[in-house]
Design a protein around this ligand. Structure first.
Ligand code: FPP
Length: 239
């Protein structure tokens, strides 16, 4: 049965596994990195669309701890794209009021990229528009281990007692500290896996899988995902 408009919910936090860049490029006889370039353009557009649809937090998986195993030229291309993204976002985020944060262990990234990330995070920290998280060198198990180390050090130094470690306090040591858990996770390109993306945070999330390749993902697709989240076919673009 169709829901009344007032029952229609837009998730506060959406996370996306942006998959299929390589296949998108292959279909066009282009190098894989061309798929990533197009994928990065889509990221910018989707941030705008997400905010216009009422989403507050958007988190994307840009580079996993496993992605280092890809050929060096592809890794370099992805790092250069992220470099460019951080630089370009410095001006863009002051215009569109977006707050950008990076999840993952950035300590192994090139020093200049770490610097750009810190600059962008600081410059956009007070922005009140979309809260956009980019996961780079991110792995969910790695995040949980890093959080556990931070907690262990506090316990060792007598600053935290084991009884005070609850699910809520544990969350505060994850990279997503202070953010609500995603209500909706989207994965493009037909793969039905969560691939170590936010395993703690998506414990209660709805999963939306689509065959669309990430470089072809658009506002309509995002609306389809929100419709799915609401348990119905169409709401956006006319009932
Ligand atoms: C997966 O597609 C995609 C990635 C590993 C990289 C995602 C990166 C971007 C979309 C661009 C940079 C991001 C930002 C935030 C500027 P795949 O290469 O595994 O595709 P395939 O499965 O078809 O080979």
């Amino acid at each position: 049965m169709a829901k009344k408009p007032e029952e229609y919910r837009v998730p506060r936090h959406v996370c996306i596994i942006m998959d299929g860049n390589g296949r998108w490029a292959k279909k066009r006889l282009l190098p894989r990195k061309a798929g990533h370039v197009q994928g990065a353009r889509v990221v910018e557009q989707i941030c705008e669309d997400a905010w216009n649809l009422g989403i507050e937090y958007l988190t994307v998986y840009a580079f996993s701890t496993e992605n280092w195993q890809r050929p060096k030229d592809e890794v370099d291309a992805l790092m250069n794209l992220l470099r460019k993204y951080m630089k370009d976002s410095l001006a863009r985020s002051s215009k569109n009021n977006m707050r950008v944060r990076v999840l993952g262990d950035i300590s192994v990234l090139d020093e200049d990229l770490q610097q750009s990330i810190r600059e962008l995070e600081e410059a956009s920290a007070q922005n009140t528009g979309l809260k956009f998280q980019v996961a780079i060198n991110y792995g969910g198990r790695n995040e949980i281990v890093r959080a556990t180390r931070k907690i262990s050090e506090l316990v060792r130094d007598g600053k935290l007692s084991p009884e005070d470690i609850t699910e809520n306090t544990f969350s505060e040591y994850l990279d997503t500290a202070g953010m609500p858990d995603p209500e909706l996770m989207i994965r493009t390109s037909g793969e039905l896996r969560t691939s170590n993306f936010l395993p703690w945070q998506i414990a209660y999330s709805e999963f939306y899988f689509t065959n669309v390749l990430w470089p072809d993902f658009d506002k309509k697709e995002l609306e389809n995902a929100i419709d799915f989240y609401n348990g119905r076919e169409r709401r956006f673009g006319g009932i």
